[in-house]
Write a protein that binds this ligand. Structure first.
Ligand code: SF4
Ligand code: SF4
Length: 276
């Protein structure tokens, strides 16, 4: 099953200091392709005809802040599996009623340094009780209330006991108190990430433990990224544009190609590791 990361919006209900877009929100919002929900449903219907059911990973911004998002889900979940990367705070009530939940999962970005952890956990428990598959993504932001090994171990255990499928740790790329991350992670930090993340192979590249340059990678073939401008990229990290949405001539690549960058920071590379 091909996998597409759809970075759909630059709207968000949070303003996290660790966000990729913390200093560029306004510029980013000005570049977003405005399209009607029905156009997106037609696009995904077209790709269903070309590639069959796909695994679409929707991110942003916060996807639930995008106007018409539940309508888009209602239209595409009969065809494709959709994983929504969300902070969990803006999930509307009609989401559960209108969407094919067997084809939906949520990946909750959990930021206890910013939010009420008990409230988020209660929301996760409620969604699991409705039959929604949930995984948790935990960013290694070096704030003392976020990057605390004992707390992380406890959260991991609590989420697993609730029935969450995965608990993954992602590396932080940016500055904190004068230090540039991920370079500033200590060996102990890196060991902890590898031991307590369910997706350790991604971290070897995104936490700069290994270089990705020159690896043969299927990005652009079995997986791709759609950015908010409507450009189709080989992957988020290399930013090589291979086409545009709504182009009936566009086709995903048929061969793996060498990676052009040193570090695969966004995590589209697990397909690469499987064929390299
Ligand atoms: S919830 Fe996500 S997209 Fe929104 S500000 Fe935080 S990191 Fe950025
Ligand atoms: S290894 Fe990572 S950065 Fe390189 S092309 Fe593949 S997905 Fe992109």
């Amino acid at each position: 099953m091909k996998r597409v990361s759809w970075d759909m919006t630059r709207r968000c209900n949070y303003q996290c200091p660790h966000c990729w877009y913390a200093s560029t929100w306004e510029i980013e919002r000005g570049k977003v392709l405005e399209a009607d929900p029905e156009q997106w449903i037609a696009h995904w219907s077209d790709w269903y005809g070309r590639y069959g059911g796909m695994n679409i990973i929707v991110s942003g911004g916060e996807p639930f802040m995008q106007e018409g998002f539940v309508r888009i889900l209602e239209g595409i979940t009969p065809m494709h599996r959709v994983d929504i990367i969300t902070n969990g705070a803006g999930i509307p009530d009609d989401f559960i009623a209108r969407v094919n939940l067997t084809n939906v999962s949520l990946s909750i970005s959990f930021y206890p340094y910013l939010v009420d952890d008990a409230k988020v956990m209660a929301r996760v428990r409620e969604c699991i009780s409705k039959g929604i598959r949930i995984s948790v993504s935990y960013i290694g932001y070096p704030h003392p209330k976020q990057w605390d090994f004992d707390r992380i171990r406890r959260y991991r255990q609590q989420f697993k006991e609730m029935g969450c499928t995965d608990f993954t740790i992602t590396s932080y790329w940016g500055n904190f108190e004068g230090h540039a991350y991920p370079d500033a992670y200590t060996d102990e930090d890196r060991r902890f990430m590898m031991d307590y993340s369910d997706d350790a192979p991604r971290l070897t590249l995104s936490a700069k433990m290994e270089s990705s340059r020159g690896r043969l990678c299927w990005a652009g073939g079995t997986c791709a990224v759609i950015n908010p401008r409507g450009e189709i990229l080989r992957c988020g990290a290399s930013e090589v544009v291979i086409g545009r949405v709504f182009d009936p001539q566009f086709r995903l690549g048929a061969e793996p190609e060498a990676c052009l960058v040193d570090y695969c920071k966004c995590g589209e590379y697990d397909t690469a590791l499987s064929v390299a």
